[in-house]
Design a protein around this ligand. Structure first.
Ligand code: AMP
Ligand code: GLY
Length: 423
């Protein structure tokens, strides 16, 4: 079949590589794509926030099946538009994508369905939010309700931080625009995080490997939140026992509460009292995908296609193969203002070390930076340590001025696997 893949980040480059491996794929086309994806299929310009434009492109290109990478088109209703036009797509409807599109909605949903998550209140009025914070001291978390590219959650360790976070969102500055005009203030949860991915067909689902992201920009989880600075899979934190609880207490009641076809990505906090939901997303994670597809041994195109048809039961469950780790190389200044058009060198040398290089924010001719997260360097191995060693040996070869990356990707996973080995 001919596949249209929507998106332009490291996640979509990883998906594109996997789709090209599938015997079911005759041709891949991408929109908007990136220089890495352009090596795998022709790329077309498209406004990803326009469901109509995406459907037009799918028709013009005679695509048999469309896969959506990012949340923006899903929240805008691309799956509904495709269904209306009788086109095949993998992704949740606009109503289902609201689990990610509105934190006010998802928190209400969790309350209604008794799904464990942080206690919260929703605000649109600055003064009311400020008064609430006086009664609920730090640590506390302030979140823009709408989409904010992973940067809309502010974990406030002081009351001053919390006051200024609500001021920035609900005050005149409105740093997240419409997305921040409704704010969720929630209880701070303590614990380690994991990313869980359920591929859902409307009735049944299967899990991909659990992963762990690294949200903060600096080592040891310091600095502001980013879209994600690195990941690894499978995450030993999510052992069989925890996965059972996640299934029973979170995934099953979620899918009972909403009709869902697509990827349900659940950010989990492993608290002392058990796993709780940090957030829902309606798509694969970035950079988690770059790790989880590295350990997925099945046919990804077949998996998505069968899920879209409501036939996921026909897909055999596969066990993750070894480990994969991804280190994100970011532009100077990211997640704040960053420079662009900085020349990049060393990709071939990094590949010679065994790493896979995925493009996230790059431009071609000559290769240069064009985004905050620039490249994802992926290593695979029999152990997490081997995967990380390959990824970091690749990172060493890649140069662009001002590049920064975390040096401690996978550290928690290594500690966890060592303690498992010892017991
Ligand atoms: P979100 O955009 O909701 O995924 O939040 C981004 C990140 O902020 C999460 O991955 C956590 O690291 C952190 N975070 C969000 N909510 C909470 C919470 N209630 N307690 C502690 N940390 C949180
Ligand atoms: N890495 C987290 C996300 O994709 O939202």
């Amino acid at each position: 079949m001919k596949v249209l893949l929507i998106g332009s980040g490291g996640r979509e480059h990883a998906i594109a590589l996997k789709i090209k491996e599938s015997p079911l794929c005759d041709e891949l086309v991408c929109a908007p794509g990136n220089p890495g994806m352009a090596m795998l299929g022709k790329c077309f310009g498209v406004d990803v926030s326009s469901p109509k434009e995406i459907a037009e492109l799918a028709k013009k290109e005679n695509a048999d099946f469309t896969i959506i990478g990012p949340e923006i088109p899903l929240v805008a209703g691309v799956a509904d538009e495709f269904k209306k036009q009788g086109l095949q797509i993998f992704g949740p409807t606009k109503a289902a994508a609201m689990l990610e599109g509105s934190k006010a909605f998802s928190k209400e949903f969790m309350k209604k369905h008794n799904i464990p998550t942080a206690a919260y209140e929703t605000f649109t009025d600055l003064q009311k939010a400020k008064d609430y914070l006086k009664e609920h001291p730090a640590p506390i978390v302030v979140k823009a309700s709408g989409l904010a590219a992973g940067k809309g959650a502010v974990v406030c360790m002081s009351n001053e931080e919390a006051q200024s976070a609500v001021e920035e969102m609900l005050g005149e500055k409105a740093v997240f625009g419409e997305s921040g005009k409704t704010v969720v203030i929630e209880e701070f949860m303590e614990g380690e995080e994991a990313s869980i991915f359920a591929v859902c067909d409307g009735k049944d689902y299967i899990f991909l490997a659990p992963a762990q992201d690294h949200k903060r920009v600096f080592d040891d989880d310091k600095g502001p939140n980013t879209g994600g600075m690195g990941a690894y899979a499978p995450a030993p934190l999510v052992n069989d026992e925890m996965l059972k609880r996640i299934k029973k207490e979170i995934v099953d009641p979620t899918l009972k509460g909403i009709e869902y076809t697509g990827i349900l990505f659940i950010g989990i906090m492993a608290t002392k009292s058990g796993p709780k939901v940090v957030e829902y997303n309606c798509r694969l994670g970035d950079p988690e995908t770059q790790a989880i597809l590295g350990v997925y041994s099945g046919d990804l195109l077949e998996l998505f296609y069968k899920a879209a048809q409501g036939k996921i039961k026909e897909i055999p469950e596969t066990k993750p193969q070894g480990y994969a780790a991804v280190v994100v190389m970011a532009s100077e200044g990211y997640p704040g203002k960053y420079k662009s058009a900085v020349p990049i060198t060393g990709i071939e040398e990094a590949e010679k070390k065994g790493a896979t290089i995925l493009h996230a924010g790059t431009r071609d001719n000559p290769l240069q930076t064009a985004g905050g997260r620039v490249l994802c360097v992926v290593g695979k191995g029999k152990t997490l340590k081997a995967a990380l060693d390959i990824a970091y040996s690749g990172v060493k070869e890649i140069k662009f001025e001002g590049a920064h990356w975390r040096k401690d990707i996978g550290k928690k996973g290594l500690n966890a696997s060592q303690s498992i080995q010892k017991t």
